[in-house]
Every structure is written in C-alpha cells, then in structure tokens.
Design a protein around this ligand. Structure first.
Ligand code: HEM
Length: 425
C-alpha cells in the first residue's frame, strides 16, 4: 500500500530508480506545496535576500528553496530570534495544506519542552567549557586518525589496523556533532570517511532527523532493497540477515559511489572538499613503506572495516528495535516531539561519558529533539526532558544495547504494521 503515516502524499522520491540526496531534495519540492519559495507552517516566505545573512550558514537555505522547512526551522532555533526575523520575509499564506501531518502546537509536548530548554540554557547552563571539550576531543581524534593510518602504512599489524579503524570511526561520529551546527571547519571532517558533509546535511539532518523511520527518511531508503525495516516487506527476513554484513561493509564508500554516479549521469556538482579523504592515503604513501597501489588497497580495506563498525552502531543503536515506530505503524499523537520519541530509543549504557556520547551517538533522543545543541550539553537536559515526559504522560524508551541489537534483527522480520503506544495529552 502506498501511503505514509506522517504525510498526506506518498513521497515522489520513492518511485525514482536512482536515489541520491540531491534527488530527494528535488522531489521534496514536488510534494511540499511551498510555491517555489520556503514554507514554514502555513505561510510562504521569500528568504532569497537572507541566504547570505543566515547565522547558521548559507548552505541550509540554498538547499531548501522550494520546500517546506517547518520541521527544520522549529528544531534548529531554540531561542525565538529566528521567528521574529522570519516575519520580515512573509509573502503570503500557502494555498494548499501542509504535506506533513506532524504538529507543533504551542501547548503540545515539543513546543512546551523547547521553551523550557531555552530557559534552562539561558539561565543555568554555561555551554562554552562543555563545547570546547567537544572540540578538543574532535581535534585529538583527527590527529590520532592521521597518526594511526601512517603507523599502519609503516607497520601493518592487528593493533595498528584496529587503532586506525577506531580513530576513523570516532572521527566520523564526532564530526557529525559539528555538521549539525552553524558552518564550521570541523563539519568537513566527516569527509575523511569518503562521505560528504553536504550529503550528510541532506540524508541525515534534513531527511533522517526530521522524518525518522518514515518513507521520507533517506537513511532507510538508501539501503533498500538490501535491508528493509519497514513493516511491509519484499523479501524474507533471511535475505536481510544475509545481506546485513555486506551492506555494513559498503555503507561508507557506497555514498561516495552514489555521488560519483550522480556527477557523471545527472551533472550534480562536485566540490573541492570531495578530495579531502585522499589526504589520508597520501600521508600513508609519503610516510609509509608501501607502494601506491598497496597503500590504496590498505586504505580502502580500513575504510571497509570502519564502515562495518560504523553501520553496526548506526543501525543497531537507536532506531530499529521492533517496538519502535516505522512508517505504516499508527501513531497516537502527531506532535513532533512525541513522534521523535516513538521513532528513537536511547541506549542505557555510558550516558555520562562525554567522549563516548560524542563517538557513539549517545543521548540520541535529546539529540533528535534539539540537533544543533552540542552533544556535551545534552546530559544537562535529561532531567528536564524526563519531567516534561511525565507531565505529558509519555515516556523515554531506554534499552540496553544488546536488546536494541536483537530488536533490530526482529524488525527486519516484522511484517505487520501496528499501533505504537506513546500516549500524550
Ligand atoms: C532549512 C531551514 C533552516 C535551517 C536548517 C537552519 C539552521 C540553522 C543552524 C544550524 C543554525 C546554528 C544554530 C547554532 O549553532 O546554535 C541557525 C541559526 C540561526 N538561524 Fe537558521 N536555519 C534555517 C532557517 C532559518 C530561517 C528561515 C531563519 C530566519 C529567517 C533563520 C534564522 C536563524 C538565526 C537568527 C540563527 C541564530 C541562532 C538563533 O537565533 O537561533 N534560520 N540556523
């Protein structure tokens, strides 16, 4: 059946043969009723003259022209300044209703929590020292990654290879913290794993974060038909179990292949920072003991191992337990925050360690609710989020890691949509 629980239209993108982040944005323009400009709730804005002045960087507004940016706008601005500025660019009311059914009522769960978070951040939490720890961790991991790859190319053995894999894995996830924020140089570090920060901002920030586990979520759609967590399946669970390790190994370099194919077949633009990942094999070649071909093979081998561990964490960590919402399931409330709680679980372990929070997608629910906040600030919000959940008679789901993993494999076999019980008043 072709429908999505969270939107009125079934995404145009689903019927494309070659799926990639740029095409996702183009097709979103068809679905979003944004009248070639920018839509926020039921109003249309012309932000063309604001692109250059946007404090978060020009990239966000450039990419989203012609689409409904309600979810992005609400989640990326906590303090209310953006709402005031937005009104300067109002051009008229939207002619058609919003495609997405998710709501942001001012007395609903998400907006209530957001007001409380804004107050707490202004009055009680000094973010600067915490944020600078994140930057220090990130910079040390960057240095460790280069050092580890050079060590591998001088003396290839299990400990040096493991060090290279774990430092690149950590670097990839730490840099994810920074690409959610205003433009900064650390966002480019995600490129070292052969991915690209612009694509990440589409498939992860604008697609996965805003519409998790739905047919609008590119992180799910891009691995189909090899993996499928939606309740409506094409193949048996055994096919997906068999394919899992192959998908895990190829996830990182696969995104690079998608970009190259997009550039040659569809004329998508390639940027200077696409060549950043090659600085690692270059350093290995200059300082190591291997020839050029062996260096490249060694580098790619480590990328594949990193990819396996990265995908293992990403797919088993927070979104695909069989009790989690997946498109086709019914939701009891369409409040944006309640939807995020239904589509995201937290891991019980290691919640207090800042380095591990940064490198393993920790405090994932809080991160989904307020993605621009540095991961170091998220533990400070735990109590507030718990209290607000209680008040709205809803809950955070926290599971031990092994249960999330078992649930993910069960979800690969779940074939019936069901109602997700997360109440909210
Ligand atoms: C696709 C939609 C948008 C996205 C993804 C986005 C993203 C961001 C990001 C990442 C930041 C930096 C946040 C931080 O590091 O604390 C930011 C800040 C900001 N943005 Fe946007 N933005 C969008 C649309 C807009 C619009 C339409 C306006 C107003 C017309 C706006 C006004 C601001 C302002 C004033 C800030 C400074 C921080 C604040 O006051 O919240 N943004 N934005």
């Amino acid at each position: 059946m072709k429908f999505s629980t969270i939107s009125r239209k079934y995404p145009a993108f689903r019927d494309d043969k070659f799926k990639n982040p740029q095409k996702w944005l183009q097709d979103k323009q068809i679905d979003d009723n944004a009248e070639t400009l920018w839509r926020v709730h039921d109003k249309i804005y012309d932000l063309s003259n604001f692109i250059e002045h946007h404090p978060g960087g020009r990239n966000w507004l450039e990419m989203t022209k012609g689409t409904d940016i309600t979810e992005a706008f609400e989640t990326h601005h906590i303090h209310g300044t953006a709402e005031v500025i937005l009104e300067n660019f109002y051009v008229g009311d939207a002619k058609l209703e919003r495609n997405y059914k998710v709501t942001f009522h001012s007395d609903g769960f998400y907006k209530t929590l957001k007001k409380r978070v804004a107050l707490k951040l202004s009055n009680h939490v000094n973010q600067s020292p915490l944020k600078s720890m994140s930057k220090t961790f990130c910079d040390l991991t960057l240095a460790a990654t280069f050092l580890a790859f050079i060590l591998v190319s001088r003396d290839f053995n299990f400990p040096t290879a493991a060090l290279a894999v774990f430092s690149l894995f950590s670097l990839t996830i730490i840099s994810h913290n920074f690409l959610h924020q205003r433009d900064n140089w650390r966002m480019y570090l995600v490129n070292f794993s052969t991915q690209n920060y612009r694509d990440w901002r589409i498939f992860h920030v604008l697609s996965h974060h805003l519409y998790p586990n739905s047919y609008h979520d590119l992180e799910i759609i891009l691995v189909e038909p090899f993996l499928n967590w939606m309740p409506i399946k094409k193949y048996s669970r055994y096919f997906y179990y068999f394919m899992s390790p192959f998908v895990y190994i190829l996830v990182l370099s696969g995104s690079c292949v998608i970009r190259i194919v997009g550039a040659f077949r569809f004329n998508y633009k390639l940027y200077w920072d696409e060549i950043l990942p090659l600085s690692i094999p270059l350093a290995m070649y200059l300082f190591g003991n291997f020839g050029m071909v062996d260096t490249l093979l060694l580098w790619y081998g480590i990328i594949m191992m990193t990819s396996f561990i990265y995908a293992f964490f990403a797919f088993n960590g927070s979104h695909h337990h069989n009790k989690i919402f997946h498109d086709g399931d019914e939701l009891e409330s369409m409040d944006f925050g309640i939807y995020q709680l239904a589509a995201t679980f937290d891991r019980a372990e290691l919640q207090k360690n800042q380095f591990l929070t940064l490198t393993t997608f920790g405090h994932h629910i809080a991160h989904h609710l307020f993605p621009t906040l540095d991961h170091s600030v998220l533990p400070e919000l735990s109590e507030l989020i718990h209290d607000t959940c209680k008040e709205f008679e809803t809950e955070l789901s926290v599971y031990p890691w092994y249960e999330l993993m078992i649930g993910q494999f069960r979800q690969l076999g779940r074939e019936k949509p069901r109602q997700i019980h997360l109440r909210s008043r």
